[in-house]
Design a binder for this molecule. Sequence first.
Ligand SMILES: CC[C@H](C(=O)O)C(=O)SCCNC(=O)CCNC(=O)[C@H](O)C(C)(C)COP(=O)(O)OP(=O)(O)OC[C@H]1O[C@@H](n2cnc3c(N)ncnc32)[C@H](O)[C@@H]1OP(=O)(O)O
Ligand SMILES: [Co+2]
Length: 148
Amino acid sequence: MKLGRLNHIGVVTPSIVESVAHYRETMGATATTEPFDLPAQGVKVCFVDTPDAHGEVGKGTQIELIEPLGEDSPIHKFLEKNPLGGQHHVCFEVEDIAEARSWFEGQGKRILGPTRTGAHGTPIFFLHPKDMMGQLTEIMETPRGDGH
Ligand SMILES: CC[C@H](C(=O)O)C(=O)SCCNC(=O)CCNC(=O)[C@H](O)C(C)(C)COP(=O)(O)OP(=O)(O)OC[C@H]1O[C@@H](n2cnc3c(N)ncnc32)[C@H](O)[C@@H]1OP(=O)(O)O
Ligand SMILES: [Co+2]
């Protein structure tokens, strides 16, 4: 399997509104999406763009702010343990999600649930942190076209 780019770092927050203000006012971020709900994934999401190696905003790794949505959100327990929120997962891109899934299954890594559509509208799956050196890891198929 070939490792693709680091698409985003997932950051849990009790308040996307407060986190957006933090990234804008304290961190000088210039571009964010509007928050949007992903009920199927139990989260409210907002992306903060960071500049790429050439200082260009829009192609760099994003901060994915996620707030629990609904009673059985998968991040409820994380927020109980970490009331201020914090780094939750990393997301790497791959060319072919099915091939990547077979690779990790062959490596004996636990895959958390089915391959499903993620916040960028492309297929994703998660790998259990206990099998990934303690890091909850999301794998997503590289968006086609100019999406990122
Ligand atoms: C998909 C939309 C969007 C996108 O990018 O497209 C997203 O990324 S949404 C992100 C939210 N969704 C998920 O995270 C789905 C996958 N996650 C899970 O299924 C759970 O969070 C899980 C299984 C990783 C943990 O569930 P839970 O916290 O309810 O269980 P435990 O407390 O029992 O945790 C088991 C064990 O893992 C440790 N843990 C939990 N979360 C993390 C983490 N983020 N990073 C590292 N380790 C984590 C936890 O401490 C437990 O360890 P133990 O030693 O037993 O205490
Ligand atoms: Co994510």
